[in-house]
Design a protein around this ligand. Structure first.
Ligand code: F0G
Length: 467
């Protein structure tokens, strides 16, 4: 019997040829290397990765679908990652030994029976990226970008973050033998996310600014110090995040859904999913494109305003404010990429209110899966798109849940205890959310008290207990 380590290096761990290059999304110039800030040397715009090998004469879609499926039964290291399993559509590292992986991806696609019933959308699914190793979708991009950081010989990697990127980066840096520098807005990220970065050994700086201020500083830092930038400006991140779409389509037996709905913050994820959909269409994996819609919090609605007030031609920045702290971003870096995706797929861009987010999060919670507040904008957004007639009930809809329920316990506790909106402009509106709250009850430690609580619960929600 081969040892586990030997089988991880087994025959499945071969990589495609290194042929990728960088293309500017603005002027289109193509280069084989990128500067530290991952911006085009000609025009300063963002770069994306492309590969001449990704064309329909060198890739056989039908054959790859079966290779990718077969790899799920393999024990080789690359095959066990739900990202590297799709390596034919990723930039190739020089050797499998460079790959930094925590067996990310391979996340579940859940049905949502209760939300399906309440919205009337019969084929409603949630792709739960919160089931990744560090609890968010960031891991799928981080495995690729951390791999290229290590391959380039960096000792330090760095990011600005609302929390999840830093948790993920710290874990992958630790795994890859690199040190990590985290810049987060002081007081504006959840303790759970911050604690992950601490535990994985990051140098964690809480800056007295917001996320946008942290990102600005990071972009200056990478030009001055030998640190490798792991924000989603780094195009390797987006390549890894593409695999969400590949895996989703595989889970749907390559029948494209009508709609994919994703939260929008810095707009890397919507850009990555859109890139994957376009590549899959062009390579013949899917016959048509789903509409990719982006939902933001009303208080952090830069893309919504960019589309409405500037027709997607220039960024309208905002001073961001929302309790969904993961998407508390006013100056999204990848806005141009996201605009292209909205235009190419015909998706919508919408905003939802704080009470709508809180209600949707509670509704996803009672499905038995849960998510963090930023992810819940997808269900809140779906309800709005249904009201507008942009989505119709007969269509297939996939919500992308980006983060795990355990990422933001303060939000959840404040919601159920009824204090989430206390002293805010939403206080009176939020009384309607009472029926979604399940606050803890403090009782004397007697049998009578517990039986009484049980009877009380049965009386107040009999339908639920009979279900
Ligand atoms: N959902 C969650 C849970 C997130 O953490 C983020 C972004 C988003 C959605 C938005 O994704 O930025 O690609 O549009 N979090 C980043 C961070 C910014 O630092 O963790 P996006």
């Amino acid at each position: 019997m081969p040892s586990a380590a030997a089988s991880e290096r087994g025959s499945g761990s071969t990589l495609p040829q290194v042929t990728y290059c960088f293309r500017c999304i603005g002027c289109g110039s193509v280069t084989h290397s990128a500067a530290q800030d991952f911006r085009c040397a000609q025009c300063g715009n963002l770069l994306e990765i492309t590969d001449p090998a990704w064309n329909s004469s060198s890739l056989d879609a039908a054959a790859l679908k079966s290779v990718w499926r077969d790899r799920r039964a393999s024990n080789a290291m690359l095959d066990r990652s739900g990202v590297w399993r799709f390596r034919e559509l990723l930039p190739a590292p020089a050797s499998p030994q460079q790959v930094v992986t925590l067996r990310e991806g391979n996340t579940p696609l859940y049905e949502l029976p209760q939300a399906s019933h309440s919205t009337g959308v019969v084929r409603l699914y949630a792709k739960h990226q919160g089931m990744n190793p560090t609890g968010s979708f960031k891991d799928t991009g981080m495995t690729v970008a951390a791999t290229f950081a290590r391959q380039a010989g960096y000792h330090w990697v760095a990011c600005a973050s609302t929390g999840n990127t830093s948790a993920s980066m710290a874990a992958y840096a630790a795994r890859g033998g690199m040190r990590s520098l985290v810049l987060v807005p002081d007081g504006k990220i959840s303790w759970s996310k911050l604690s992950q970065a601490l535990d994985h050994g990051a140098l964690t700086c809480q800056l007295r600014t917001d996320f946008d201020g942290c990102l600005r500083l990071l972009q200056q830092l990478v030009l001055r110090a030998p640190v490798y930038q792991l924000n989603s400006i780094n195009p390797f991140r987006l390549e890894g995040q593409k695999t969400l779409a590949l895996e989703l389509l595989e889970q749907l037996d390559w029948q494209p859904p009508d709609h994919i709905i994703v939260p929008g913050g810095n707009l890397g994820n919507s850009s990555a999913i859109g890139k994957a959909l376009l590549e899959m269409r062009d390579l013949g994996f899917i016959p048509r494109l789903p509409k990719l819609s982006v939902i933001q919090a009303e208080g952090a609605n830069a893309l919504v305003r960019t589309m409405r007030e500037a027709g997607g031609k220039r960024l309208v920045s905002v001073q961001a404010e929302t309790r969904a702290t993961a998407i508390r971003i006013g100056n999204p870096a990848s806005w141009e990429k996201a605009v292209k995706v909205l235009e190419a797929t015909g998706g919508a861009c919408e905003q939802v209110s704080e009470p709508e987010i809180a209600q949707a999060k509670a509704e996803i919670g009672v499905e038995g899966i849960g998510c963090e507040p930023a992810s819940a904008v997808t269900l809140a957004g779906l309800k709005k798109l249904l009201r507008q007639g942009f989505v119709i009930r007969e269509e297939t809809v996939v919500l992308i849940l980006t983060g795990n329920l355990l990422k933001d316990p303060d939000f959840t506790m404040d919601f159920h205890r009824g204090s989430l909106f206390q002293g805010t402009a939403h206080e009176s509106e939020s009384t309607q959310l009472k029926r979604f709250r399940h606050p803890p009850v403090v009782l004397d430690a007697t049998l009578d008290a517990v039986i009484q609580a049980l009877e009380q619960a049965e009386k107040s929600d009999p339908a639920h207990s009979n279900a």
